[in-house]
Design a protein. Structure first.
Length: 670
DNA sequence: TAGAGATTAGTTTTT
DNA sequence: CTAATCTCTA
């Protein structure tokens, strides 16, 4: 059926009647196996809509759908591919919450809050102006949710003041969300789990919808996701979990390799198939990657091999500082491109933290080299888009106070702080939303005439649109909404020309995109509104088929997972950066090593590593030591440029190696 | 309400 | 020490 699968891949595709774990090394044709398996299942007569494939990103989901479609097209079954339930964990969760909103005590028009809203809610609850603390609490709440810990449980388990404060914030936060008829990202997993925990009928209903469940990047699942997955497959549904323990890099987000370890325990008939042949990288690159990851404890033994050529040694280059590094990389890139007549899009520059991108951007721009930053600020994070989305959310759900606050403030309409405070008091006293508070008798008494008419006009606009939202096409509604708000006029009157034009343009793009989306999928305004919250990346750009502009890719190591490039520059390989200082202190060096491993295995033909001898921080320059990971590579496959390590640095590298060993021992002892 | 000046924080990854 | 955010003033 499918052309050129190797033996292990073929076996993974054909094993379709029981639980299966595919350990897919980097570049081993993982996506190929998943898509071939979907096609295989369809051909075997499994109803496409009962095939559930789960990925972590929208991008991965899209790629899979396209590739499955290509495979099935050869069998005149392309439309079967569009019937397959292929979605991210979060959008699957959203479908469940949507379908079961009643049982969960939510109206059908619930909102999905964005991280900004969450921050202000938590900030208010924690009564601290300190952003760092607010974010720490917010992070803690998310951890609790991912681990399926309720506010009450968190509170009773809290042993110190900090934990108690966070737990109390969590409690208030949960109440606030309920009052707003809103859910956050984590709830999209947590609420379905709660439902399936308590409702046997719902469990059966959802299990009946799954004839086969496939999970991609299984090593990145957190406890909540694993529980959801287990409910979906029940006791008898065959599944295919595809993952690689060596590429688990989301531990900080609550993902745990326990889920991988638990699989053989929870499913004794589990079949395990390893994909070890790599189709991506040269021998030298793989030897280095294998040597590096060999320093990690193994869950499953696995060693990548390839039939590809030996390739060139990996080049390791020190630079004086980050600017020198960027300049060096850009020069090498230009020279390499000239010599090999390659395209800019054949190159990627990968780094640990987003902030490291800046110097490289500057250096690239200085040479007029086109580049693309993956994971930069997305379209949906821009203020003007958030403003519009606030209106959409408010139309869908007038209990959504955060949306009310944002929408009423832009454009300015004579409703200010004082009015909002009064409304807030009324809302609290009456236990209603801010929107509803406008219609309470107190509001009529305390507010001024002009304020009242402004509020009335605002509410009439929202209500009018809401009434039409059920039956009119989203496109017309959106146009009327924009006219009603007068957003474009407000932009032109308050901003300078250039800024106004950019923002109007991005608003227009957004509205246009949304209308097309609504038309194409026949979605209502409400569904569109809930969908927006899930789309965090701008990859939905329908810019023709041309595989994008020819541009160098700048990306964090995290965002680069799943991608591949002929030529890769891995930069900033210093102690404190990779491995990151915090991770070292927390004893998480293994995950940092996997991050490095992910970086190495992105490269197909050439790989260049670099680090800085010093880096400016807090004004002065700070000396940096090369990352311990460089010393862990296959030294025969490296070529050091510039001066070799000084005696001092060699000692330091050795010491850091010893420290690692000690930390490892401590970890095992614990 | 916008712009200039002051102040303060800077420690990682994101669905 | 720099850069971004906040605050105060015109």
């Amino acid at each position: 059926m499918t052309p050129s699968l190797n033996a292990a891949q073929r076996e993974a595709v054909r094993h379709d009647c029981g639980p299966l774990l595919v350990l897919a090394g980097a570049g081993s044709g993982k996506t190929r196996v998943i898509t071939a398996k979907i096609a295989h299942l369809v051909e075997r007569g499994v109803a496409p809509e009962r095939i559930v494939a789960i990925t972590f990103t929208n991008k991965a989901a899209r790629e899979m759908r396209e590739r499955a479609q290509d495979l099935l097209r050869r069998h005149d079954a392309a439309d079967a591919a569009s019937a397959v339930r292929l979605s991210t964990f979060h959008s699957l969760g959203l479908s469940i919450v949507r379908a079961e909103h009643r049982a969960l005590g939510l109206r059908s028009s619930f909102s999905i809050l964005d991280p900004g809203d969450l921050e202000s809610i938590v900030g208010e609850l924690a009564a601290s102006a300190d952003r760092g603390r607010t974010r720490a609490i917010q992070w803690k709440i998310s951890q609790w949710k991912n681990a399926l810990v309720s506010p009450e449980e968190a509170l009773s388990a809290a042993s110190d003041d900090a934990a108690r404060i966070a737990a109390r914030a969590y409690l208030g936060y949960a109440e606030a969300l309920r009052a707003y008829q809103a859910v956050d990202f984590d709830d999209l997993i947590g609420l379905p789990v709660t439902l399936l925990d308590n409702d046997g009928a719902a469990r059966e209903r959802w299990q009946a919808r799954c004839a086969h469940v496939l999970v991609d990047e299984y090593q990145d699942t957190n406890p909540a996701q694993y529980r959801l997955f287990r409910y979906l497959v029940g006791a008898a549904t065959p599944f295919t979990a595809v993952g690689d323990d060596d590429q688990a890099i989301y531990g900080w987000r609550g993902a745990t390799l326990d889920n991988l370890a638990a699989l053989p325990r929870d499913y004794p008939q589990l079949r395990v198939i390893k994909l070890e042949q790599n189709y991506r990288s040269t021998v030298r690159i793989l030897r280095c990657a294998n040597a590096l990851i060999g320093n990690n404890p193994k869950l499953f033994d696995k060693r990548l091999w390839t039939e590809l050529s030996h390739g060139d040694p990996l080049r390791v280059t020190p630079a004086a500082d980050d600017e020198a590094e960027a300049e060096m990389v850009v020069h090498r890139l230009l020279a390499h491109r000239f010599e090999h007549r390659s395209r800019f899009s054949d190159y990627a520059i990968l780094y640990r933290g987003n902030h490291q991108a800046r110097v490289f951007e500057t250096a690239l721009r200085a040479q007029s080299i086109p580049y693309e930053i993956s994971g930069g600020t997305s379209l949906f994070e821009r203020t003007e888009i958030k403003d519009i989305v606030a209106y959409l959310r408010l139309i869908a759900n007038d209990d959504d106070d955060p949306a009310f606050l944002r929408a009423i403030a832009v454009p300015k309409r004579g409703v200010g702080q004082a009015t909002l405070r009064q409304l807030g008091e009324i809302a609290t006293a009456r236990k209603v939303s801010l929107f509803a508070a406008v219609f309470e008798p107190e509001a009529a008494g305390t507010l001024g005439a002009r304020t009242k008419s402004a509020l009335a006009e605002f509410c009439a606009l929202i209500n009018g649109l809401r009434h039409r939202a059920g039956h009119e096409p989203a496109g017309r509604l959106l146009d009327d909404m924009m006219r009603g708000i007068g957003y474009a006029d407000w932009l032109t009157s308050t901003l300078d020309r250039k800024d106004a034009i950019t923002r109007t343009q991005s608003v227009d793009d957004f509205i246009g995109w949304l209308s097309r989306k609504g038309e194409a999928d026949g979605r209502s305004l409400l569904e569109l509104t809930q969908m927006i919250a899930l789309i965090t990346m701008l990859e939905g750009r329908e810019s023709g088929e041309g595989d994008g502009p020819d541009a160098v890719c700048l990306s964090t190591l995290h965002a680069a997972k799943g991608l591949e490039f002929p030529h890769v520059f891995l930069v900033g390989l210093e102690e404190g950066i990779l491995p990151h200082r915090e991770a070292v202190e927390a004893g998480n060096v293994d995950e940092e090593r996997r991050l490095m491993y992910v970086g190495l295995t992105r490269a197909q033909r050439s790989l260049q590593l670099s680090y800085c001898r010093s880096r400016k921080r807090a004004g002065g320059k700070v000396d940096c030591a090369p990352s311990r990971f460089i010393a862990e590579l296959a030294q025969d496959d490296l070529r050091h440029s510039g001066e070799p390590l000084s005696a001092d640095e060699a000692t330091r590298a050795k010491n850091s190696g010893n420290a690692r060993l000690a930390a490892l021992k401590a970890l095992v002892a614990r």
